[in-house]
Design a protein around this ligand. Sequence first.
Ligand code: FE2
Length: 261
Amino acid sequence: MYKTKYQENCEQYHKDIVDRFEVAKTVDKFWTKDEIQTLLEYQFQNAKRVKASATGSNIQPVVAINDLFENVEFVEKKFKELLGDYAEEHTGNFYITTQPHDCHVDLLTEQECIHDESRYNMYKNLVPWKSVVMPLFITHHPDEFTSTAFMKQRRLGHSVTFDRLGDSAESDYKLAKTYDGLVDILGEPLDGEHDYNDWNNDSFPHIDKENFRGFGIETILHHKVGDIMLFDACQVHASMNNPKFTNWLKNGINIQFYKEV
Ligand SMILES: [Fe+2]
């Protein structure tokens, strides 16, 4: 079976990756108002194209995230202060959406990691480390209007959407129909069939109960413009619905940080 170099790294450096696992947290007031405005405008001024599909309510201005670090001085400066050493290559995207997302991990897709016979690939020396989600704009903006559930489960490897039923809208992410390879914060294997009874229809109407089985909530963080959510890039997460608000739109960026091996 074809295995990407990145996938091999995840296996070879499993212990190093796991040793860096931590509980998800919010970094309050990470961005100033002016910085938020700069980032907000950046997506519209620098998008090469726009990804949108008729089956989903999610628009992505396609911006090279590596360029964002080069072009916007305060981005590199602030993340270096917060995180220290990380690889120059990032993945991630801007999102403008009216749709809560299902259980997934944002990492490198297989497509992004395919290498030629010389095994050249810009991501070949990377292992996953941290992800950040940074809200830029949220309608209805009372605090605690929108939140994300970070699961106990982590999964080393490529980006996946967890979907036993296989009816997710098309995306670049592979659909995981069997929930294999899940580990906890200590790297101990977890049973992907275990029911943690954390699903309820108010919080997760967008996720079929059948697809939620295998996941238990570790942390819930609220989206607030100016704050960032920092979590293990391997950590499974999903949007939570707030039944009090039915019409909303949110805009933000998600970025992955990798370590070099
Ligand atoms: Fe995500």
